[in-house]
Design a protein around this ligand. Sequence first.
Ligand SMILES: *[C@@H]1O[C@H](CO)[C@@H](O)[C@H](O)[C@H]1NC(C)=O
Ligand SMILES: *[C@@H]1O[C@H](CO)[C@@H](O)[C@H](O)[C@H]1NC(C)=O
Ligand SMILES: *[C@@H]1O[C@H](CO)[C@@H](O)[C@H](O)[C@H]1NC(C)=O
Ligand SMILES: *[C@@H]1O[C@H](CO)[C@@H](O)[C@H](O)[C@H]1NC(C)=O
Ligand SMILES: *[C@@H]1O[C@H](CO)[C@@H](O)[C@H](O)[C@H]1NC(C)=O
Ligand SMILES: *[C@@H]1O[C@H](CO)[C@@H](O)[C@H](O)[C@H]1NC(C)=O
Length: 490
Amino acid sequence: MMKASSIFIFLFLFTITTSISHSDDPSISSVCIIGGGMGGASVAHFLRRYSTTQIRLFDKNHLVGGRMATVSIGGDTFEAGASILHPKNYYAKNYTEKYLNQSIGGNNEEDDDVLGIWDGERFVFKSFRTDWKVPILRKIVRFVNSLRLFFRYGFSLFRMFDFVEDTVNKFLKYYEGFETRPVFGTVEEMLKWSGLFNLTTRPLEEELVDAGLSPLLIQELVTVITRINYGQSVLMSGLAGAVSLAGSGGGLWAVKGGNWQMAATLINSSDVLLHLKEEVESISNLGHSYELNTTEGKSYTCEVTVVATPLDELNIQFHPEISIPERKLQHTYTTFIRGLLNPAYFGLDSVADIPKLVGTIETPNVPFSCISVLKKYSEKDMTYKMFSRQPMAEELLDKIFSVRNETIKINWAAYPQYHAPETFAPFILDGQHLYYVNAFENAASTMETSAVAAENIARLIISRFATEKSRDLSNLRSFGHDAPEMHVDL
Ligand SMILES: *[C@@H]1O[C@H](CO)[C@@H](O)[C@H](O)[C@H]1NC(C)=O
Ligand SMILES: *[C@@H]1O[C@H](CO)[C@@H](O)[C@H](O)[C@H]1NC(C)=O
Ligand SMILES: *[C@@H]1O[C@H](CO)[C@@H](O)[C@H](O)[C@H]1NC(C)=O
Ligand SMILES: *[C@@H]1O[C@H](CO)[C@@H](O)[C@H](O)[C@H]1NC(C)=O
Ligand SMILES: *[C@@H]1O[C@H](CO)[C@@H](O)[C@H](O)[C@H]1NC(C)=O
Ligand SMILES: *[C@@H]1O[C@H](CO)[C@@H](O)[C@H](O)[C@H]1NC(C)=O
């Protein structure tokens, strides 16, 4: 009896130490991460904070960043993929402030896009231009624009803000400390804990009707926003929809020089063995480790493997096979154009009358989701960014634009197609040590949600390993079945 309890105390002390130092965890020999986007880079970052294990990271591209990337057109550089961050995206904020030494916010004076809502025939809503040089005039125009929105959509607007704020506040629970925030084994558990799960069970439209929004607001402004942020309609699940609405408010920001630098700096500062242009072709469970074979014809052995890229369109072979719910990715065709829009396409006389941001509603006769001015060089020379669900044909572009000096087309497998009720892949793919960060993308897909999911995965790895090791140890000392389960409270 005495002996057993002293072993117990020993184990207990051992776990305590692990949880306090967050490092020098001797138990994991190596972790392999597949994908160098926000998820993979964040897993590396948090693992390094909690452990001294060897970390290898594979990315099939020649640069890290995943769906964060920039494009150069007409001599300027713009975000080509994931582009906006919310002021309360605290992981992204910390990465940017601490590692990239940039301050967030402060530049929200300038960009007041004139919004127009295009239904294929006319602009059903249009705000006034706010590019007045005189600050007081700009303020008045802004005020008038708010009034116009108010006249069209009424108090529904405030109910929409409340709905978004409520969702954002629930999400903030994921930043709580380890004392109050558990490690989550599944996406469902993680969402239920914060109170967000129910939003994934019903379409956005139903949630908003229940929240008291008018049909007009849902059909127009809300639809414009979900089409811009996720290329989908208000039939998408409520949670992804709420996140999309949150990505339309004030104070949005981006990393100067490109959001991909967050991934680069996290990987750079986490003592990672980086394998670029090396694609993982197979992952084989060898019992106590995984064997990863790559396109370079090389083989790596890792005790833990983390998949941090969507598996939906990949051809990785798993031995033994794994099974996850089928999921389709929404492709967003992003077209950059330096040139000039054709006012005649919009039934207008002058380019100046075309809003800086042309949003669209859900109707078959609009071939694009949105067009926005990225930079205005002169009245006749601008750079535009356009999103569509289908590739833009040359003839169509020739109708929409009167001048096109440069055109760049990118096809992003951008985010999941959201359906309510949503089904989730497991975080732990094989019940052992094969993990999947992107299971969380069915809740919502953003840079920040990737970081939040990654942080949980890093803690999950450490805590499961510690539990397993202490169980092994207790078995070794014939401490047997009645040993209490150990948890490291990271
Ligand atoms: C961001 O950094 C600050 C200062 O180090 C820290 O207190 C805070 O917990 C960090 N936030 C997150 C979400 O990690
Ligand atoms: C961070 O930025 C500030 C202000 O731009 C600058 O003074 C400082 O030297 C920078 N620090 C580092 C470590 O780059
Ligand atoms: C979610 O829905 C279930 C079933 O309708 C309900 O019992 C529960 O209270 C809801 N949870 C929240 C946080 O609204
Ligand atoms: C990564 O680190 C290397 C060497 O310290 C440095 O040259 C490079 O600029 C860093 N890259 C980024 C994106 O921080
Ligand atoms: C991976 O490579 C090793 C070494 O070349 C080989 O023995 C093994 O069969 C390969 N595994 C798969 C699944 O192809
Ligand atoms: C765009 O092309 C037109 C016609 O070729 C040319 O006149 C104009 O100068 C070009 N504009 C720019 C910004 O290159």
